[in-house]
Design a protein around this ligand. Sequence first.
Ligand code: EPU
Length: 422
Amino acid sequence: MQRFIIEGGIPLSGAVQVAGAKNAVLKMMAAAALTDEPVVLHNVPRISDVTIMRATMGDLGFSLKDRPDGALEILAGEAEWLFVPLEAAMKMRSSFILLGPLLARFGRVIISNPGGDRIGRRPVDLHVEAMRLLGAEVDYRNGYYFAQADGLRGAHVTFPYVTVMGTENVMLAACLARGTTVIDNAAREPEVDDLITLLSAMGARIARTAERRIEIEGTERLGGAEHRVVGDRIEAGTFAVAAALTGGRIEISGFRPGDLAAAADLLEGMGVTLEPLEEGDGLAVSANPGELKPVALETAPWPGVATDLQAPLSILLTQANGVSTIHETIYEDRLEYTAELVKMGAEIEVVDERNARIAGPTQLEGRAVQIPDLRAGATLVLAALVATGTSIVSGVEHVDRGYERFEAKLVGLGARIQRTDG
Ligand code: EPU
């Protein structure tokens, strides 16, 4: 177990570039399994979830190489195995995105029921039901889904509520199915549309034909493509909070400002200043922490405030002048991390599994805290950056899953953070 030793109380200023989006690249790597031609991805973040996906796809018999220009080249020839083991699924829920492409291209796959972050129950029933609609037989035994199909066929899939990876799994499978697939109540997150762009470049006939509808006309085969992964809006939002929280000014580049959408509006509502960078690929963020206003924060599928920013934003609410509320609508259990913030002196009342009230401003105090999951991990680091004295934040492996060189980037902005073993 590694931990961060963090000295708080230093305003962060300077420039930082965000990496490619975790929640786009993992699905693009899976998309490469749809073709025996090379798929080249630029702007791939150096995070451990990518390492896990590489190892999982490598174990299937595919070739994944770093090119000298830094791009990742994936060549998915014949598969040696059509088996995604428990080991992969336990490390990363998104290994389940391999279901659709492996089934569509090879006709069968045995894939473990995924674990991932401990946020709510997070089942995959909607993915499995959708594969059945596309004509697959899917059995569940001893923790594994056994899926097979003698050629998938197009179908009309209507999700009862928005699921990002469920939408993407169907998209990937339907590209090689016979006939037309219509996905209704489809996810609209920017990463989903970035995947549509890659699939189109691979020769798929896929388009968003209405806000919440994606239509796919299956083709017999897809070809290779080269694509630049969209910038990580969640990483950008995390650094925006860091700037506002510490009273510094950070120029955050490498993402499309529009992708922050509702979170940017919420920050402005709190009194945070967001100015577009001249190059158009980011924002300069600053605030006077003493003047932050309380807000009602409610998460929602795109274009709402991203649930992945709920925890990072909460720390800003501890510094606002008055009572703020959080309403988490996506996950049933994504407020657990608040217990660690309370240890640091935050005044947070968890009303129920989805609602909390935060009173501010509070002076946080350095403590030893434990990271429960990825986004909560970034949040505890942010908390330590405004706390008095020294904090010891354990479980940094969770942060490495989704933030590239997080502490190095913060150190570049003036933070005092050290990574240690133990
Ligand atoms: N759900 C079901 N059944 C399903 C699928 C989802 O009940 O078959 C539920 C989930 O339990 C959740 C809700 O539906 O309550 C929405 O989940 P969704 O399927 O949209 O989540 P996901 O696709 O598994 C992705 C991101 C998450 C992000 C969510 C919501 C990836 C790899 N992960 O997960 O990212 O929170 O969308 O935007 O794309 C993170 O990066 O920290 C992270 C957790």
